[in-house]
Design a protein around this ligand. Structure first.
Ligand SMILES: NC(=O)c1ccc[n+]([C@@H]2O[C@H](COP(=O)([O-])OP(=O)(O)OC[C@H]3O[C@@H](n4cnc5c(N)ncnc54)[C@H](O)[C@@H]3O)[C@@H](O)[C@H]2O)c1
Length: 334
């Protein structure tokens, strides 16, 4: 049984808590949260832009703490699950590693590359496992591409295009603050940056164009340039200012022998158009699959190929270079 201490019982903390209930080898034994009502199980005010509304939750048998050092001193915690705002991930992760715990941090790993490097180094120094909750590969549409790559079903990858666009989240405080959330680049597009890194490896450089709000990109397009110049990989992401614009995330990925679309369409060499029935998972199911990968990795004492800290650090490095490219209006080496 892997015993989990969640720190930050907001929207994601609750999603993780609910998802752990579906994993037989995982048990939430501790919760750390600054808001007193959430420590008593009153989660009724928690609501994100997907998933269930919070309810009154019975926390019997779970130790609740107001401060992280208390949770880190709890011997009944093997893995600290950090669901704090991004600017707080690094300090919490380093403290958890130094306390001898494994760590799962929500994405993005951090807001600054120096912080991400310190987190990766602290995991290595303490010989602990480090995971970052990049959930995208566990959505069935994205798992479909990753599995095709792993099994070589359609030959080598040739490239792809990835979209992720929302209307401006005017209800979120500090959304464009580079010390708090980091705008759509670090909150949203980081998912695609991570998936691109997972599929194609590390680009040599990025060329991005975009509209800035101050120094922070609010809408941007990127060309990812790899050692193999025949790999054509692009993305489009950010906020637009018509509030009626629904959240939109999709892709088109090109393999040698097929093109895959995010709605499950497979276009093959012989001219066929096949419609795959991708499993219909709700968000709790998706997060359950992500956390199962974490729990299985801890049980086997092995890093995760999908959720590893270094990969998340690379995704942050790519995203920050895209920001620099928008600002400098030229290609930037990664
Ligand atoms: N993977 C995804 O799809 C996804 C979706 C949403 C958010 N996230 C990520 O999850 C993380 C959290 O986002 P959220 O939307 O849940 O935020 P949130 O604001 O809903 O929750 C954060 C919680 O942390 C608590 N908190 C803040 N400082 C604390 C401290 N020092 N000690 C203890 N508790 C503290 C807050 O009171 C709040 O309850 C972010 O990194 C975000 O990027 C990921």
């Amino acid at each position: 049984m892997i015993r989990i201490g969640i720190t930050g019982l907001g929207f994601m903390g609750m999603m993780h808590y609910l998802s752990y209930q579906n994993i037989k080898d995982a048990k939430v034994t501790a919760i750390c949260e600054v808001l007193p009502e959430r420590r008593t199980g009153d989660w009724t005010k928690i609501k994100g832009n997907f998933g269930p509304q919070g309810t009154q939750t019975d926390l019997t048998g779970i130790n609740t703490y107001a401060e992280l050092p208390q949770l880190l001193a709890d011997p009944n915690v093997d893995l600290v699950d950090i669901c704090l705002p991004p600017g707080a991930h690094a300090a919490a992760a380093v403290a958890a590693f130094n306390a001898g715990k494994h760590v799962l941090s929500e994405k993005p790993i951090a807001l600054k590359i120096a912080d991400a490097d310190v987190m990766v180094a602290a995991a290595e120094k303490n010989k602990k496992l480090f995971f970052v909750g990049h959930v995208l590969p566990f959505f069935t549409a994205y798992a479909f591409v990753y599995d095709a790559l792993k099994t070589n079903k359609y030959g080598a990858l040739l490239g792809g295009h990835f979209n992720r666009v929302i209307s401006d989240p005017v209800w979120l405080k500090n959304f464009y603050d580079m010390n708090f959330i980091g705008g759509p680049l670090l909150d949203l597009h980081i998912h695609d940056a991570h998936f691109i890194r997972l599929l194609f490896g590390m680009p040599k450089s990025v060329q991005s164009v975009g509209r800035l709000r101050g120094e922070v990109p609010e809408y941007f397009s990127t060309q990812f340039i790899f050692g193999n110049p025949a790999l054509v990989v692009t993305s489009n992401s950010g906020c637009i200012f018509q509030q009626g614009r629904p959240f939109m995330a999709n892709y088109e990925v090109h393999f040698e022998k097929a093109t895959l679309l995010s709605d499950g369409t497979v276009l093959t060499e012989d001219g066929k158009v096949e419609q795959m029935q991708l499993p219909d998972l709700d968000e709790i199911g998706v997060f359950t699959n992500e956390l199962t990968e974490v729990i299985n990795s801890v049980k086997a004492d092995r890093p995760s190929a999908i959720l590893g800290g270094q990969l998340a650090r690379d995704a942050l490095a790519i995203a920050l270079k895209e920001m620099e490219s928008v600002q400098k209006q030229r290609a930037v080496a990664v």
